[in-house]
Ligand binder design. Sequence first.
Ligand code: DAH
Length: 347
Amino acid sequence: MKEQLEQIKQQALCALDAAATPADLEELRVRYLGKKGELTAVLKQMGSLSAEERPVMGQVANSVRAVIEEKLESRKSEIGAAVLEAKLASEAIDVTIPGEPVTMGHEHPMNQVLQQIKDIFVGMGYQIVDGPEIELADYNFTRLNIEEGHPSRDRSDTFYFDDEDKVLLRTQTSPMQIRYMENHKPPLCMLAPGRVFRKDEADATHSPMFHQIEGLVVAENITMGDLKGALITIMHKIYGHDANVRFRPHHFPFTEPSCEMDMQCHKCHGTGEVNGGVCSTCHGEGWIELLGAGMVHPEVLRNCGIDPDKYSGFAFGIGLERTAMGRLKINDLRLIFDNDARFLNQF
Ligand code: DAH
């Protein structure tokens, strides 16, 4: 029996030395020390021993159990430490690896130009106002002296909401002239930037949604000279003092006389040609139309309760995308709306 116990001890110590994981240790604990384990099996034979032998064997058995338990504990802490070390090594964080840079967005290039234009006008005493994009035909057309049947009212050009053509997506920011004059008496000086909508196919210079900046000045003794002076000053501030601009006579129902202002094409510098071909930015014109303007029609003043014999005024509507294209030297208007980060990041 003594040899049996000695054998169990040696086997158990060897097996515990060879164990590699906590699961191995648990298996060995059950095998040698468990209720159905090998040591217990030997102890069950104690009854067959003589009264003198029994306590001696009992002592031997207890010491074998104690040795195995001690070994088990020491292997537990060794294996536990190894497991922890492996875990720490595999989960180690290298604090010296450089971090990922946080990418910050910035203002859209068109809004940068808009902000610059607003600043210029605020400096000249204009009040900046906002108005509805869903507009009444009454404001968008009728009170601007655009009669029934005028081509700009056509369903092929305008997004209407109703069958009677009374409610629409504004086709221009000019209705803001009426809205402002309804609530303000001259002298007045306002600027109304905003989105406008037309049934246009998108190409290099057109989009079904674009931006205009409406301006209106009404006071006593305002003349065409004031209009020209204000617009030239503004264009020089935006484009620099060597910018080439020109006025052309035009017709708008809500101004009399009316004109358009062009700026020399930034791509072909007015020649209309690039590398022997037609300049795609100005379609060979050499000039890019930036705005419509004119002296406010007396009928429009009257429609807003302002006496045209006492007051006169000028108005203008600037195309923001066209202005931004010239300012940023962009050749295709669609780039402004594509939101391609490779384009936007250049500004
Ligand atoms: N609303 C015109 C357009 O969309 C532009 C315009 C022309 C605005 C003359 C004006 C103006 O204020 O006086 O084509």
